[in-house]
Design a protein around this ligand. Structure first.
Ligand code: FAD
Length: 433
């Protein structure tokens, strides 16, 4: 994909214009920058180019060979309880294909795929219901590549590449979610070791991970954003304990307790006091996946399949005008969500900082998932609201599963309220408060 013919190879580097204007920081200028950017994006050709189409076909062929309903069911059933044997085989196949480091630069053994190619991959994998590449590979590893010392890269990256270690991400605390800079878990240097004490909340996967990627306060006297560092903590270190927390869709997350946990000094990644910014960087690497509409599309497909054949009170659902209308509206939204995701990827590939665009994609997709679940529960009636394990469940029980899951999508990766704020100040130059 690329700019339409008239603009292809044009001399105006939109992203540079945007960056330059943002640097000026004036509200009016930022607003103008966004308008400029949007104007340039509207010149985008949404058609994939031949090499992107070939890549999509390759991914689809891989999926048709390696993904079936049993894998998708196992992925759903396991939730956050670690990988089942099918998922493990699937991820091994991804690794053998060299797709583990899909987005990693070639100098680290990756394929250096563009953001659009990554977006295609994520969309196809999610649409098939297959397990996604772990955040260890897509978020932690790229952050280590950017900010870690050479010694840290040599120590951690090969082990991540081998699949030998997997991280839980420990940013949030009871009083520090959106306001991450308020976190209180502290690490104090004693000789060659950091000694950690504190309590993390919502430490998903801590019970299956080998290591934790923790944001901790190392500089108590610095301004709160500048006093945080990122530290790697092995889960089997003495003093680490995990307590389960079960949330609405039946998924497990955890509270994590650190009681005089000692880790070697070189487990602090990158520079002291830069952890807040590294956490933001790690989250940025997740952006494409967070705004992906693949999963919503998959559930929508199941709903449409059910509507094609289901007869209620002697009337086929497919003949009901309100049902057709509802499905048509959702289909339009799915296409729109797809375009938003593609725009974000396209902007990234041109060196842009598409913060407002990625926030738009994230809000739209998460709220669309809720709309699909609402529509599905209403259209399919009570049997459409049964659990996937119930034999009578319509559409494979996907509607109630999505209904329970989608609120999490609205705050995962940053709450939608905050995303709306980002669109306001990054997109339109409105004041932050
Ligand atoms: C199931 C689950 C899994 C999770 N997994 C992880 C994980 O693995 N690792 C991890 O570190 N964290 C994880 N989290 C934490 C998640 O990232 C936080 O819940 C999220 O960042 C919101 O923080 P909070 O819960 O403290 O809510 P708060 O920050 O207290 O927000 C409460 C409400 O106030 C709104 N609000 C807050 N500040 C603003 C503002 N400035 N402007 C407008 N509105 C605002 C929010 O949008 C929200 O609606 C998980 C949470 C859950 C529930």
């Amino acid at each position: 994909m690329g700019p339409v013919a008239g603009l292809r190879g044009g001399s105006r580097p939109e992203a540079a214009v945007l960056r330059g204007l943002r640097a000026a920081r004036g509200a009016a200028l930022a607003s103008f920058a966004f308008a400029t950017w949007r104007a340039s994006v509207s010149a985008m050709d949404y058609e994939l180019d031949p090499s992107e189409r070939a890549w999509r076909d390759e991914v689809r062929a891989f999926i048709s060979e390696h993904v079936d309903d049993a894998l998708a069911d196992e992925t759903r059933q396991r939730g956050n309880e670690g990988r089942g044997p099918r998922a493990q085989r699937f991820l091994e196949a991804l690794k053998e294909r060299g797709w583990w480091g899909l987005a990693w630069p070639p100098e680290y053994g990756g394929l250096g795929k563009t953001a659009v190619e990554q977006w295609i991959f994520i969309d196809e994998i999610e649409s098939a219901g297959a397990p996604m590449l772990p955040l260890t590979v897509t978020s932690v590893a790229p952050t280590i590549m950017r900010v870690g010392s050479e010694e840290q890269k040599r120590a951690w990256l090969p082990r991540i590449q081998e699949g030998e270690i997997e991280f839980a991400l420990g940013y949030s605390e009871a009083e520090a979610g959106t306001d991450l800079a308020s976190l209180r878990t502290r690490a104090e240097l004693e000789g060659d070791h950091w000694v950690l004490n504190g309590h993390k909340m919502w430490n998903t996967m801590a019970h299956t991970a080998t290591h934790n990627w923790l944001a901790v306060r190392t500089e108590p006297d610095a301004p709160k954003h500048k006093g945080i560092s990122i530290m790697i903590v092995p889960m089997d270190a003495p003093g680490v304990s995990v307590q389960p927390i079960w949330v609405w869709p039946g998924l497990r997350t955890n509270a994590l307790f650190l009681d005089n946990v000692r880790v070697p000094r070189n487990h602090l990644i990158g520079e002291r006091g830069m952890g807040f910014y590294y956490a933001a960087m790690a989250l940025n690497f997740e952006r494409l996946a967070i705004g992906s509409v693949g999963m919503a599309r998959r559930h929508f497909r199941a709903l449409v399949e059910e509507v094609r054949t289901r007869v209620v009170d002697g009337r086929p659902l497919r003949d009901e005008p309100w049902v057709r209308d509802r499905l048509a509206r959702l289909q339009v939204d799915i296409e729109a969500a797809s375009m938003l995701g593609l725009e974000t990827a396209w902007a990234l590939d041109r060196g842009g900082v598409p913060a407002a665009e990625s926030s738009m994609a994230k809000i739209f997709v998460s709220e669309l998932s809720q709309r699909i679940a609402d529509a599905g529960c209403e259209i399919l009636g009570l049997d459409g609201q049964l659990h996937p394990e119930e034999p009578r469940a319509l559409a494979g029980g996907r509607m109630q599963w999505l209904y329970r899951l989608s609120p999490m999508l609205a705050f995962g990766g940053g709450t939608n309220e905050v995303q709306r704020d980002i669109i306001g100040f990054m997109g339109y130059g409105l004041p932050r408060k």
